[in-house]
Design a protein around this ligand. Structure first.
Ligand code: NAD
Ligand code: TYD
Length: 352
């Protein structure tokens, strides 16, 4: 048996592949286009491991996908590949629709054709797990209940709109073609190997470099932080026991304002890597112009995955953020490598 993972050189995908091979051992075909967000260094520890087979290619290339599925008798696809950064979707939306919408459509077409060739048992056992986001539900006020699977879709950013479209396509392939698809919608992930354009690694990186810590607007926006290792265990569980045609929300039960998150990181760095001049990293906090269409609050109601599949997150925010800060302190060469070249150009444009 083999699974095909898309986007397995990105942040969550590479954590998932490492976790899968450690805990399960079933072979993984890892298909990734290696955009700016894909990094083979994330998978360096798997070098020489026969359970991991990396293929550089696009989900939009139906021929390659079809061949990988057939040649490896794939029994499940876990689909992470996407353009994933909201700010980039504001300054340049087109790649988000090309990859997240059309890419997912081409991938599904290749999967449908392959599944059509399987015998009845293999067809029934086949799974297509589409990894999506809570951002498809839009934004919450301070007092509204968290997002449940029954909430209407109200995406606000081009990124969220592209993910919402892909969720609908995946659903349609279940309803119309009988493909065994499952959608997961999770909250903001954090942990090792996250590209330093997203809030938490960006703040750690900028703090250590003596740069401004940019807070959009008042910094009172709320996110429900999910430790990436918990997300991986949730996906494993959904793959194992999730019901085709269903959606499962996955959250960390850790609602924090952005300013709280940034101050917590500063406090950890003050203790672990004090500044030479004795000042706190909080002195680098700078409020900058808010993101257009900025969602105020995300929060996940994860009762369905808990009651139906018995999954709950393990990490609390204090433990998860400390592990994350430690990882970045111990892996500064990883960050130095990914912050070269194209990434620097992006930072210059975004924060000019
Ligand atoms: P990421 O940007 O770190 O990684 C995306 C990966 O997809 C990269 O390795 C990239 O090279 C690859 N990719 C892009 N286009 C491709 C294509 N056409 N073909 C093959 N590979 C391609 O993203 P991430 O943060 O790891 O997110 C993974 C998935 O989880 C995404 O679908 C995202 O929408 C979803 N998600 C992420 C978060 C989060 O907090 N990071 C939260 C909810 C949902
Ligand atoms: P981000 O990591 O981009 O994830 P998302 O937009 O998908 O939630 O941002 C998390 C929160 O942090 C979001 O409210 C925007 C905010 N933010 C900043 O305040 N400053 C920054 O430099 C970045 C990248 C994000």
């Amino acid at each position: 048996m083999t699974i095909l993972v898309t986007g397995g050189a990105g942040f969550i995908g590479s954590n998932f592949v490492l976790d899968w091979i450690r805990t399960n051992g079933e072979p993984v075909i890892n298909l990734d286009a290696l955009t700016y967000a894909g990094n083979l260094a994330n998978l360096a520890s798997l070098q020489g491991n026969n359970a991991h087979h990396f293929v550089r290619g696009s989900i939009a290339d139906g021929e390659t996908v079809g061949q990988l599925l057939r040649d490896n008798a794939v029994r499940a696809v876990v689909h992470f590949a996407a353009e994933s950064h909201v700010d980039r979707s504001i300054s340049g939306p087109a790649p988000f629709f090309e990859t997240n919408v059309m890419g997912t459509l081409h991938l599904l077409e290749a999967v449908k054709a392959y599944v059509g060739t399987l015998d009845a048992d293999s067809k029934a056992g086949f799974r297509f797990l589409h990894v999506s986001t809570d951002e498809v539900y839009g934004t919450l006020t301070k007092d509204e209940p968290p997002f449940a699977e029954t909430n209407p879709y109200k995406p606000n950013s081009p990124y969220a709109a592209s993910k919402a479209s892909s969720d609908h396509i995946v659903r349609a392939y279940h309803e119309t073609f009988g493909l065994n698809t499952i959608v997961t919608n999770c909250s903001n992930n954090y942990g090792p190997l996250q590209f330093p354009e997203k809030l938490i690694p960006l703040i750690i990186h900028n703090a250590l470099k003596g740069k401004d810590l940019p807070i959009y607007g008042d910094g009172l926006q709320v996110r429900d932080w999910l430790y990436v290792g918990d997300h991986c265990s949730a996906i494993r569980r959904v793959l194992e026991a999730g019901k085709p045609g269903e959606t499962y929300n996955i959250g960390g039960d850790n609602q924090k304002t952005n300013i709280e998150v940034v101050k917590r990181i500063c406090a950890l760095l003050d203790a672990k890597r004090p500044k030479a001049d004795g000042s706190s990293y909080t002195s680098q906090i700078t409020h900058v112009t808010d993101r257009p269409g900025h969602d105020r609050r995300y929060a996940i109601d994860a009762r369905k995955i808990e009651s139906e599949l018995g999954w709950t997150p393990e990490a609390d925010f204090d433990g998860g953020i400390e592990k994350t800060v430690d990882w970045y302190l111990n892996n500064e060469s990883w960050t130095a490598e990914v912050t070269s070249g194209a990434y620097r150009d992006w930072i210059a444009r975004q924060y000019a």
